[in-house]
Design a protein around this ligand. Structure first.
Ligand SMILES: [Mg+2]
Length: 226
């Protein structure tokens, strides 16, 4: 699906000191999350309430929309309470879909070889992070993890970046963030983060959608450090 090679981007790696990487849709295939939230959760809800899948899906997608971009949206406990189901446990049903995106491992290997520290910045619930680490071994390449759940703010809000600043003291001018969500990149930009990369192909099952606002790549081959 992805074009074989596209021109390398002149990312000034020699000036980059802090590397912040998103997890879902950036390092890992968003297909898992899409299937889980759009199919697995509605299916379980339909079974529990003896309603059709279509009715369950319509109700649940409307509920997602009302919480989008908030900490509650990313909080599996919130959804367990709202839907009356053990949502974290449901993830096990489709855990076989948890996978790296193409060309992520060589990129992470290169960062490790260069002794660069990698920080995961994610809106994913700590339970989801633990499950994904267990399934992929991603933690072998990650030095530090910051979950919005722990910092008390989602990445779409200034509070996340301010809390991260207090926790790590990162210098925004020498910081790189790669993320598949434009509203997150926009907030990071407002907080002064200088090097922003948009991931255009978060799901292996959907065609790339390039950002008009940020440097937008299909995969990490395009920004591989020299
Ligand atoms: Mg993401």
């Amino acid at each position: 699906m992805s074009p074989p090679t596209r021109p390398a981007l002149p990312l000034p790696w020699q000036r980059i000191e802090t590397i912040l990487l998103d997890m879902d849709g950036t390092l890992l295939d968003l297909h898992f999350d899409n299937v889980f939230f759009r199919e697995t959760v509605p299916q379980a809800y339909a079974e529990k309430n003896a309603i059709s899948f279509a009715a369950a899906q319509a109700e649940i997608l409307a509920s997602y929309r009302s919480w989008e971009g908030t900490l509650a949206w990313y909080d599996l406990d919130h959804w367990s309470g709202t839907l009356g189901m053990d949502v974290p446990h449901l993830k096990e049903r489709v855990a076989h879909l948890i996978a790296f995106r193409p060309h992520v491992v060589p990129f992470l290997d290169k960062l490790k070889q260069q002794h660069r520290s990698v920080t995961l910045v994610t809106n994913a619930h700590p339970y989801a992070v633990a499950l994904k680490f267990k399934k992929t071994g991603l933690n072998d390449w990650i030095n530090t993890v910051y979950c919005s759940h722990d910092l008390g703010h989602p990445k779409e809000t200034p509070g996340f970046w301010q809390a991260l600043q207090r926790a790590t003291g990162y210098n925004p001018e020498t910081t790189l963030l790669a993320d598949d969500v434009e509203s997150v990149l926009k907030m990071a930009q407002e907080q002064g983060i200088a090097h922003l990369i948009h991931m255009a192909a978060p799901s292996s099952q959907l065609p790339p959608r390039f950002s008009q606002r940020f440097v937008s790549i299909v995969d990490f081959r395009e920004i591989m450090p020299p």
